[in-house]
Design a protein around this ligand. Sequence first.
Ligand SMILES: Nc1ncnc2c1ncn2[C@@H]1O[C@H](COP(=O)(O)OP(=O)(O)OP(=O)(O)O)[C@@H](O)[C@H]1O
Ligand SMILES: O=C(O)CCCC[C@@H]1SC[C@@H]2NC(=O)N[C@@H]21
Length: 250
Amino acid sequence: MSDKLEKSIILQKNPWLSDVKIVAESESTQLDAKLDGQENCLYLTEQQKATYGRFGRQYFAAESGGIYMSLLIKPEMIAGKMPEYTLLTAAAVVSAIEKLTSKKPLIKWVNDLYLADKKFVGILAEANFSATTTPQVVIGVGINFSISDFPEELANKATSLFVDEAPTLTRSELIAEIWAEFQRLSNGAFFDIYKSHSFILGKEVSFFQNETLFSGQALDLTEAGELVVELANGERKILSSGEISLKKWT
Ligand SMILES: Nc1ncnc2c1ncn2[C@@H]1O[C@H](COP(=O)(O)OP(=O)(O)OP(=O)(O)O)[C@@H](O)[C@H]1O
Ligand SMILES: O=C(O)CCCC[C@@H]1SC[C@@H]2NC(=O)N[C@@H]21
């Protein structure tokens, strides 16, 4: 099945988007968005050559079968809201997938979606607070939609929405639903969806803080997107997603 990205399908479901800009190849749609700077515009590419994730880490983008997109928004207030955009986007992707397929994705705090214990979606929200321009946030989403070949180092960690089966929808239909859900859930409704799909809650987790390794039970999630972890000695730590990567969860 040819699955060309269709701007009209995405715009039709999302009249709030100012435009959808699709290119055949890009270094990174995050950079495309930042360079172009158009508010409420969605930047998409078929092939991404220099994909990056949180903390500037390299992220794998396939030559075909992936979804690589970034949305640029200019919210009135950004301070303290960044984790919220990651939570909102994760909830929107989960909700769109559940509406359109029979798959049951789960969320690994803070920005990863999993299926069958493997990651298939990564989300990256970046803010620009430069004094000379209007504050802006670029929200990037990478989805392994229908990818069967991963590099060796990801073979046991990554999966795809559709594996060994023909997709039951097009990428454009999923993209359209994701941003419609993003808009619909932005009034705060995203939080319950995020929390109810978080598979980390209740689990034993490990993380580094100031170069010390800690372990404890993930108890709760705050409205600001922080993870509340109780250590063995009863001490509670409030983890901010901007600083902490979970190392292990069992
Ligand atoms: N296309 C991909 N699909 C699935 N996983 C990928 C892909 N590309 C890279 N990864 C994995 O994602 C990781 C980067 O994602 P991220 O920065 O969210 O870190 P993480 O280790 O998953 O967890 P955390 O969010 O707690 O930092 C890489 O270390 C790699 O293992
Ligand atoms: O898991 C992560 O750390 C986040 C990965 C984010 C990848 C997306 S793909 C579209 C956009 N362009 C990029 O270079 N990164 C994001």
